[in-house]
Design a protein around this ligand. Structure first.
Ligand code: DGJ
Length: 760
């Protein structure tokens, strides 16, 4: 049983395999938060709370005259409210029917049930009765009648607890929700740091570690999407936490729109975290009887960043990604974007596909430019009708030509975008997001289609379905190439304009849900100018997301490294592109580009016909290697062994869950003279197994110096798991600039080990 309600001491304890979470209903009826961390028993942990009169931290009226030590300004709480005398950041702010902004939530009831709650219209982790339990704690503001249900989903085996909140107006008049966070979390003790992932277009999810200082710090997005600039995944940790050890908490918001993650260290050195929809563009009207449900947040606790990342990888793969593609082998793809940009014909695409098919590529993706009048980014968005003149045939015919090569066929869409120069805009100018009387802001020459409107969603569902029914399409890249400003919907009344940003995301989810239900065989890849909407919410619909518009292998090391903190390899779209790289001008070896793209869903994005015969053969063997190690790469446990911003090589490892095999990849991001050796300690192996190490990519004919590490590998030495994990491994030196090495390890059976010992 993972949820325990102790009626005597009024505690509710959530237990997962390795963690404990506890709350307590105190004598005033306030729901306190007493613990989250390493597993303990369900002892009432409120003994840790320090009650003391703190000047200027007032007391609720009922207790104030007799007990000045009881203050909401100090107490650790489960869902903090604005206006009650808790002056820290709050999770809930409501403009009540009388215009006041105070809420005071007291415990009413709780309910435990088997299985995981779901959230209508929103993505959320799912789990059967055997996999998860749900706790609902109901709180109420007795003065206004506002009811607040806190949902907790407990995934015992996964070490994950999810949270979401439902707010119901059971009062008389309408109220305005001005802030409705999904989570509020208090730590009474500890001096914390947090990891956030900031970025920009073509340089997403850079890791930043900062101390949580007194006062408020935050990351978030008011751009309509989760954004390139900040990711809705964070970690909170001790100052001493490393990849392998130390307290680490992870929080992943299952939402693709505007978000705010705030931390505050208060006057008593306590830390509070509040996460949810960004309140700046948010105001939701609740008429009497209406309710609002917040998006979900997933949280995990573990020792070291690595273990918490692996919890989220597993959780996203098993309980967020859904449908046919959850476990189905994803095809190696080729996308024509960097190969042709807008300039192609059906014949040209077929020629690329033909060559790629011969090399082992399984899916051809036709990117932007196949529809309407779309030869650059200034026009055509919204006109989702194939440009048959440009293609030289119908979409169906083109799909069939690709399939005749033994490949699958995929296409690009940007349904949320609309060009002013499009038939759709000319027919429905009011469908574009704009404030009446003001010229809307442009970005990449385009406007935004108002997905908060049901009629727009219906139109898009119809249009997309018609295309998908009429051509043999088995993959969609769903792109969105701008942030949203001028948030206003002509379909909403004045007092509901604050709902537009969230309704837009709900509209997007509705369209995606409808498509995935109707076309379960189609693989969706999310994209927003690369990784501008890389979040667990999108992964519920699109099991993979194009990680970045930056395809430079060396910059990708940093982008994929940052992304790996919250998201699995199977979610990261990664391609080999041409050199000089189109974003940076850098030239890297093809083997390095292949190695880096293999830390993702793997594909190509170039014109293979422009490659030399030798390069094409290298591509063929890369694809063979990827296919051979597919399960290890996509489902293996992921270890970050060194960082792309320190030292000279970035090293990572994928290891099978039974520790039987592993693939270590190393890329020199910094080439040095007389280099300091790169040592790493592997993870996840079996202590007492012997592993054979195989270095891939060294040409057989190459003569190797007797003392070189390559020579060592070629000798087929056996090394124990214990030695590799505790003593380590030295990565062979770089033979050229930006060298990549891949080392495959397999545990040997006892007989092989004995045989090799008797030989030596
Ligand atoms: C942005 C995407 O990230 C690119 O891969 C490409 O699809 C372009 N949009 C097309 O306009």
């Amino acid at each position: 049983m993972s949820i325990i309600f102790d009626d005597k001491v009024k505690t509710i304890t959530l237990q997962t395999k390795n963690t404990t979470y506890q709350m307590k209903i105190d004598r005033q009826g306030v729901l306190l938060h007493t613990y989250y961390g390493e597993k303990t028993d369900d002892t009432d942990k409120s003994y840790m709370i320090c009650y003391r009169d703190r000047g200027f931290s007032g007391n609720p009226y009922e207790v104030g005259r007799i007990d000045r030590t009881y203050s909401l300004d100090i107490l650790p709480q489960e869902y903090s409210c604005f206006g009650t005398g808790d002056y820290r950041i709050s999770a809930l702010k409501v403009k009540n029917a009388d215009g006041s902004r105070t809420s005071c939530l007291l415990y009413e009831s709780c309910e435990i049930r088997e299985g995981k709650y779901s959230l209508p219209g929103l993505p959320a982790a799912y789990g059967t009765k055997e996999e998860a339990q749900t706790l609902t704690v109901t709180l109420r503001d007795c003065e206004t009648g506002l009811k607040v249900c806190l949902y907790f989903g407990v995934f015992e085996e996964q070490d994950i607890i999810t949270r979401a909140v439902k707010i119901i107006n059971e009062g008389e008049g309408a109220v305005m929700l001005q802030k409705a966070a999904s989570l509020s979390m208090d730590w009474q003790t500890g001096d914390y740091e947090w990891l956030t992932f900031y970025g920009r277009h073509t340089m997403e999810r850079n890791l930043e570690r900062s101390r949580i200082m007194h006062g408020v710090q935050s990351v978030g997005s008011v751009r309509g999407t989760s954004s390139h600039q900040h990711n809705p995944f964070i970690m909170v940790c001790d100052g001493s936490t490393t990849e392998e050890q130390g307290d680490c908490y992870g929080f992943s918001f299952v939402y693709s729109g505007e978000f705010l993650m705030e931390v505050e260290k208060d006057q008593m050195d306590q830390t509070r975290l509040v996460c949810g929809i960004h309140p700046e563009n948010f105001e939701w009207k609740l008429e009497s009887g209406e309710s609002f449900v917040t998006p979900e947040i997933m949280m995990a606790y573990g020792k070291g960043f690595g273990s918490v990342s692996r919890i989220f990888h597993q959780m996203i793969r098993e309980h967020i990604c859904r449908g046919e593609w959850k476990h189905k082998r994803r095809p190696v793809l080729i996308n024509n974007w960097e190969g042709t940009y807008f300039h192609f014909t059906g014949d040209k695409l077929e020629a690329i596909a033909r060559e790629a098919a011969d090399l082992g590529v399984e899916l051809f993706v036709m990117d932007d430019g196949w529809f309407g009048k779309r030869d650059d980014d200034a026009s055509g968005l919204g006109d989702w009708y194939p440009n048959e003149e440009k293609l030289g045939c119908t979409l169906k015919e083109l799909g069939e030509r690709i399939m005749a090569l033994g490949m699958q066929f995929g296409i690009w869409f940007e349904p949320e975008g609309i060009s002013e120069d499009s038939d759709l805009y000319r027919a429905h100018p009011d469908w574009a997001v704009a404030v009446p009387g003001r010229k809307p802001g442009l970005s990449r020459n385009q406007l935004v289609l108002d997905f908060s409107r049901e009629d727009v969603q219906d139109y898009m569902i119809r249009r997309l379905k018609e295309i998908l029914h009429n051509a043999p399409i088995s993959y969609i890249k769903w792109d969105f190439n701008r942030s949203i400003c001028d948030k206003y919907s002509r379909a909403l009344p004045q007092e509901r304009q604050g709902e537009m940003a969230h309704r837009f995301v709900l509209g997007l989810y509705r369209v995606l849900e409808e498509l995935t239900k109707t076309f379960p065989h189609i693989l969706l890849e999310g994209c927003s100018g690369g990784g501008g909407r890389f979040d667990a919410g999108m992964l519920y619909y699109t099991p993979q997301i194009w990680c970045s518009d930056n395809t430079d292998a060396i910059e990708r090391l940093q982008i994929q490294y940052g992304t790996s903190f919250g998201y699995p390899v199977s979610a990261m779209g990664a391609h080999v592109s041409a050199v000089p790289n189109h974003q940076t001008g850098r030239v890297t070896p093809l083997s390095t580009r292949g190695c880096v793209a293999m830390a993702g869903t793997f594909g190509y994005e170039l014109d293979v016909n422009r490659m030399t015969a030798a390069e094409r053969e290298e591509v063929r063997s890369q694809i063979e290697m990827f296919k051979k190690h597919y399960d290890l790469i996509q489902y293996g446990e992921y270890y970050r062994l060194s960082s792309p911003v320190e030292g000279s090589a970035t090293v990572w490892e994928m290891v099978s869950s039974d520790g039987g095999e592993a693939l270590v990849s190393a890329v020199y991001h910094h080439v040095r003279s007389n280099p300091v050796p790169v040592y790493v300690k592997l993870g996840g192996l079996r202590e007492d197994s012997m592993y054979r190490l195989e270095l891939t990519g060294v040409p057989e004919e190459r003569t190797l110096p007797i003392n070189s590490k390559e020579h060592f590998f070629r000798q087929g030495h056996l090394v124990s798991g214990a030695a590799l994990m505790h003593c380590g491994l030295m990565v062979p030196e770089a033979l050229n600039g930006f060298q990549a090495w891949q080392i495959y390890l397999r545990a040997q059976s006892c007989s092989t080990v004995q045989a090799s010992m008797s030989l030596s």
